[in-house]
Design a protein. Structure first.
Length: 190
């Protein structure tokens, strides 16, 4: 069975389909997470493997597994990775503000991740505003930035041409750059 057939079988309640699906999608999910995590050169608490496992569990434990096709599944995985990273950033910010009431010594690792956390949260807020304006632009950002997909993979995921993805990516980055403070913000990498 291919990935689409296994996704559909899992949605129809066949538990063995998930057992067969995991090894087929694991390497691609790991590569997506690795590309995303490698964009961050600062300390982090979430590992590539942790991000893959959390995203996979989020996808398969939901009420409806994305089963339209393979690209739909990977686009949903990009969104799941975004949500996980945003939740992790929120958790870290809550801890920084005394959420766990533990007294910790600040070191460069903590300071580095807190800066990343606030950037991820700002990006998430701006991305939510972009989604209200243009849903496809937001999907392109999710696939490229959070999912680490290439232009061609993103084109397949959002069902448009590679040329359109390139144009949308440039437009979305400019829009987000402006929305997140322009001169004070760093533009998203190509």
């Amino acid at each position: 069975m291919d990935i689409t057939q296994l996704l559909q079988a899992a949605n129809e309640g066949e538990p063995e389909a998930l057992d067969q699906l995991a090894p087929l999608v694991y390497d691609e999910l790991r590569w997506m997470a690795h590309r995303q995590m490698s964009q961050e050169h600062r300390p982090r608490t979430l590992s590539t493997t942790g991000l893959v496992h959390e995203a996979y569990l989020k996808l398969v434990s939901g009420p409806n597994l994305p089963s339209e096709n393979r690209r739909h599944f990977y686009a949903a995985a990009s969104r799941a990775m975004r949500q996980i990273m945003v939740n992790e950033a929120r958790r870290r910010n809550a801890e920084k503000r005394g959420g766990k009431a533990e007294h910790l010594l600040l070191d460069s690792t903590e300071i580095g991740f807190n800066a990343v956390s606030s950037e991820i949260l700002s990006l998430d807020e701006a991305l939510n505003r972009l989604e209200a304006v243009d849903q496809r632009l937001a999907q392109v950002v999710e696939c490229r930035f959070f999912g680490g997909l290439t232009v061609d993979e993103t084109a397949e995921a959002v069902t448009c041409s590679s040329r359109t993805v390139k144009r949308d990516w440039r437009l979305a980055r400019a829009w987000l750059y402006n929305e997140m403070g322009g001169a004070g913000a760093e533009p998203m990498q190509e």
